[in-house]
Write a protein of this length. Structure first.
Length: 500
């Protein structure tokens, strides 16, 4: 298993071999594809993309100075940089949607992807589903990876900066995996990634939809725009043989099913008590749950060593995607007892000497906070303490709703900081407390965790929400080392006099 980011750069080749036609027929050799002018080197194709802050065409002069051999942009970009372009020998490719063209070009440039690929979208559950899909494939004997918020994981493993990387990083990763013998890959499709067409060049055998609730309205502005971005995933599966796996428990599930069916895709439905894959019973204990489910009305049982009822929904979604990728359903169901906790998702981080437990979870939306706390309840005999905070420079409307979700579902709530970024942490905490007025406020996250752990009596549990697998606290532009799992073990060690 590698933990290194691949650095592969394909051999230079003429622009025309990338399926691109320049104005005037120029056909220079291309040495690299780049979206950031600061990374342009000799012979690179610079994609000058329309941005959310600025048009990338403003950086065309810098890219030309650094030796760009070709510029890919839209009409607005060509106009912005008309003068420097007219004075240069660089090839100019003007297209309507340069983000989409870049995605196809990156696919051709890197030239390989694992044979079988699936993707999953939804507000919550993408990392969990993609991880379970990969774990099932591996249990069935395939070389597999999942790509998303927790990086590239599985047969081949390293961190990624984004949930859905931009096409150059994405296709570099897919080609490196394919060359290393990875045959199966499950990826997360974020709404930003879909909107920016980052995965248009990927050949998808199947796509899944988990759920749709509030997040990212800072970027998408309205729920409808956000939904349309997510629905866009179903335009990207293979036209004739593609399969859609849809969670019918979600209020927008029926609409998503209609969109997928309307595009001629076979649909596998998943749901509690309804659907092709139907969850009909769950029995919880301290280490996981037993589930009863049916596949086309045939009943099955499985042991899941996973905390949280929602993880059973994610597991069934994963089963649907693996079945859609061509595996025998019975063989898929036989692997389920082997599934392991997804990093930072309902992860048991520490246990106190009195038996109380501390869990770390990535709940960072109102629905996820409510779901995670409710899901922990049946595994716990005593009180439930929740630590919650909201990130800076992100959808501000979700802050009080996250506080309220904690207030409505936990016995004790502690409000703390979670990546304040450029914002005033006290103002973010105040917004979260707007929904949880009785919450205890402790700005310093390490202290909040220590206070939460100190409260635990026999049978109690603490759920630390928001940062999951993250290993840093972003304050201003600094990333300070911070890991909830480590902090939880340290707090237990300090309070119970153990060594970590
Ligand atoms: C908001 C957002 O998604 N922005 C993405 C977008 O950049 P932008 O349109 O905002 O860029 P901009 O600052 O306006 O600049 C426009 C263009 O000029 C280029 N530029 C800029 C400066 C310079 O000196 N030279 C230069 O060439 C930029 O590379 C960009 O292509 O296009 C860029 C190139 O493809 C992306 O790298 C960038 O992702 C940024 C880094 C980002 O952080 N995105 C996050 C919000 C994101 O995508 N998150 C999702 C969702 C996670 C979730 O579900 O929770 C994810 O998939 O990770
Ligand atoms: N099916 C689900 N329904 C509701 N909440 C869920 C579901 N699955 C996961 N969650 C909650 O969302 C959190 C994030 O889960 P996960 O990382 O799998 O989702 P995600 O969609 O990948 O999120 P992100 O892209 O922001 O990383 C979990 O820690 C849990 O609190
Ligand atoms: N992909 C999400 C993760 C949020 C995680 C949380 N810890 C925060 O910083 O708000 C985002 O960037 O909005």
């Amino acid at each position: 298993m590698s933990r290194n980011t691949p650095q592969d750069r394909p051999d230079p080749r003429p622009l025309s071999q990338l399926g691109l036609t320049a104005r005037g027929g120029a056909d220079p050799m291309i040495s690299d594809l780049v979206v950031d002018s600061r990374r342009v080197g000799d012979g690179a194709l610079f994609a000058a993309l329309p941005g959310s802050q600025v048009h990338g065409a403003n950086f065309i002069p810098a890219a030309l100075q650094q030796g760009a051999a070709a510029i890919l942009t839209d009409a607005a970009g060509a106009e912005i940089a008309a003068r420097p372009l007219s004075e240069s020998h660089a090839a100019l490719i003007v297209v309507e949607d340069p983000r989409q063209v870049l995605a196809y070009t990156a696919a051709l440039w890197f030239g390989a992807q694992p044979q079988t690929m699936v993707a999953v979208t939804g507000t919550n559950g993408k990392t969990s589903v993609a991880t379970f899909v990969r774990q099932i494939w591996m249990a069935l004997g395939h070389e597999a990876v999942n790509l998303g918020t927790t990086g590239v994981e599985g047969a081949w493993s390293y961190p990624l900066a984004h949930t859905t990387p931009e096409p150059i990083t994405l296709h570099r990763a897919l080609a490196a995996a394919a060359k290393a013998g990875v045959t199966h890959a499950a990826m997360e499709a974020s709404s930003h990634g879909l909107d920016q067409r980052r995965l248009d060049g990927v050949q998808l055998a199947a796509a899944g939809f988990t759920n749709f609730t509030q997040d990212h309205l800072d970027y998408h502005h309205t729920f409808e725009e956000y939904f349309a971005a997510k629905a866009g995933l179903f335009r990207r599966v293979l036209p004739d043989e593609g399969v859609a796996v849809i969670n019918m428990d979600d209020a927008r599930g029926a609409e998503m099913r209609a969109i997928a069916a309307g595009r001629g895709q076979e649909v596998i439905t998943v749901g509690r008590g309804l659907g092709d894959l139907s969850l009909v019973g769950q029995r919880y204990d301290g280490t996981g749950q037993d589930i009863r489910f049916s596949w086309h009305d045939r009943p099955f049982m499985a042991r899941l060593n996973l905390i949280g009822g929602f993880q059973a929904e994610n597991v069934l979604m994963a089963c649907g995607l693996v079945i859609a990728s061509g595996e025998e359903p019975e063989r898929v169901f036989e692997t389920l007892h082997e599934l392991t906790t997804v990093r930072g998702r309902m992860q048991l981080a520490a246990t106190r000497e009195n038996g109380a437990s501390v869990f770390v979870d990535y709940a960072h939306t109102p629905d996820a906070v409510a779901t995670a706390i409710k899901a922990l309840r049946p595994h716990v005999l005593g009180r439930l303490v929740a630590i919650v905070g909201a990130g800076g420079d992100r959808d501000a409307g979700k802050r009080p709703l996250m506080g309220q979700a904690a207030h409505d579902n936990a016995d004790v709530v502690i409000v703390t900081d979670d990546n304040p970024r450029s914002e005033d942490p006290a103002a973010i905490r105040a917004a979260v407390k707007g929904g949880a007025p009785e919450a205890i406020e402790v700005g310093d996250r390490a202290e909040a965790i220590l206070r939460g752990v100190a409260m635990l009596e026999p049978g109690d549990a603490l759920l630390i929400c928001g940062k999951g697998h993250e290993t840093g606290q972003v304050v201003g532009s600094d990333v300070l080392p911070f890991d909830d799992v480590e902090q939880a073990s340290m707090a237990v060690a300090v309070l119970d006099g153990k060594t970590v």
